[in-house]
Design a protein around this ligand. Sequence first.
Ligand SMILES: Cc1cc2nc3c(=O)[nH]c(=O)nc-3n(C[C@H](O)[C@H](O)[C@H](O)COP(=O)(O)OP(=O)(O)OC[C@H]3O[C@@H](n4cnc5c(N)ncnc54)[C@H](O)[C@@H]3O)c2cc1C
Length: 480
Amino acid sequence: MYDVTIIGGGVCGTAIAMYLSKYDIKCCLLEKDNDIAIGTTRANSGIVHAGYDPEPDTLMARLNVRGCELIEDLVEIMNIPYKKVGSMVIAFDENDEDHLRELYERGIANGVRGMELLDKEQLLEREPNLSPDVTGALYAPSAGVVNPWRLCIAMAEIAAKNGVEVFLDSEVTAIEKINGAFKITAGNKEYDTRYIINAAGLFSDRIAELVGAKDFEIRPSKGQYYLLDKTSNWLVNSVIFQCPTEKGKGVLVSPTAEGNIIVGPNAESGNERDDVSTTREGLDFVAQEAAKTTKLIDYRENIRSFAGLRANSDKRDFIIGESALCRHFINVAGIKSPGLSSAPAIGEYVIEILEDCGLIMSKKEDWTYPEPHICFADLTDEEKEELCKRDSKYGNVICRCNLVTEGEIFKVLDTYYVKPRTLDGIKRRTGSSMGRCQGGFCGVRIHEILCKYYNIEPETVLWDRNGSYIVAGKVGEKND
Ligand SMILES: Cc1cc2nc3c(=O)[nH]c(=O)nc-3n(C[C@H](O)[C@H](O)[C@H](O)COP(=O)(O)OP(=O)(O)OC[C@H]3O[C@@H](n4cnc5c(N)ncnc54)[C@H](O)[C@@H]3O)c2cc1C
């Protein structure tokens, strides 16, 4: 019998797992896909918001500001790509400037530190490539950019190292209530548990329905993006937002944690929960809106277009707490933006909720962090040489765009608790295939490494989700 079972291996589920791993209880995490960080967590803007946007006295406001602080500590300890670049909300007229003052006041109420209202001259001094039509900005120095899936994976590694069991390919399909506990069916196995945390993102209302506790509805909203090569990194220095509207934070132009430039997203409602296709219309809208921010974006430098799905709900705030309809069933649902920024704070808060629900926990004394990630490209020449002497695999570059070595790939395969089995799983952990060629060159070599490591046939290797085979037919045989 598990004390707590978390459903969903996104940034919220893994943050909760990380905090639970500090206590002497039996926990597991069930993820329907073949890897963690594969839902909304993998396709978003990657902004650690400062926290001036949510309405004061909401969960979003409180958890965003706290999450932003917690992320700064985590990225340092676990060597997660992150840059504290600050954010600007830019104005184009007096109406926008009124809006900036409102956001400033909201930020003060939410406890955001260091904000400044900049005039046109101050703004263009910091961001010379913005449109000359700008009239000022709200600057928030505590905002940053993070690699969202690396944050999620690091938290899962911490959790797994400290005893949380992570089960992949485990889609929850039924939940039965028996004598005050639950029996969960997932991936043809059954799990008995005293408490459930529903962190199933876009599918969290369906999970709530399984226990007869669906009192909210998820309304997916798609956002499409361009991702520009690092050659465009001169464009902006900080995250540049236009004034937010009812539909969301609008189209941004921002550096990413890896030094690319991201442009997007739009906001489309009425999507299927698994439709992450991009469209000409959606991307054209993004380009048109971004042109108001700066005319200097060169879309020939685009290396990838992608889309993510927001788990918006029929409630204004995050839905976090014990369900009023089912005891010991805790929803962590409707986690729209700033969900990524808030995730560690959500994890911390869920501990409080579980204690209020009667779960008795005491802190472990032997809780530790796993080894931080090694990123060869970030090392000094001396450190690189030293590492190559210790293990010659670090001298074999697999991904030329991002200088990812065979040593890093094997380190992940050998030592990570939640092991990647796909090309994208390796990408999410090492940064391979994320450069200009997008896996065109290194993909074949990583494919080969996966075959050797797992002793599997080439035609069984997956690019990403189940079914995404790379090779059609039998390798070595001629197909008619
Ligand atoms: C376009 C866009 C831009 C965004 N930008 C930002 C931003 O810049 N900053 C920010 O703070 N936030 C941002 N967000 C929001 C942020 O990405 C999300 O709040 C966050 O990723 C949600 O994480 P999650 O763990 O709740 O959901 P998910 O990452 O979706 O995780 C849920 C998991 O549950 C699993 N699951 C579903 N059903 C089942 C089942 N039956 N059994 C087992 N597992 C199941 C899924 O496979 C998935 O892995 C953005 C979102 C989008 C879409």
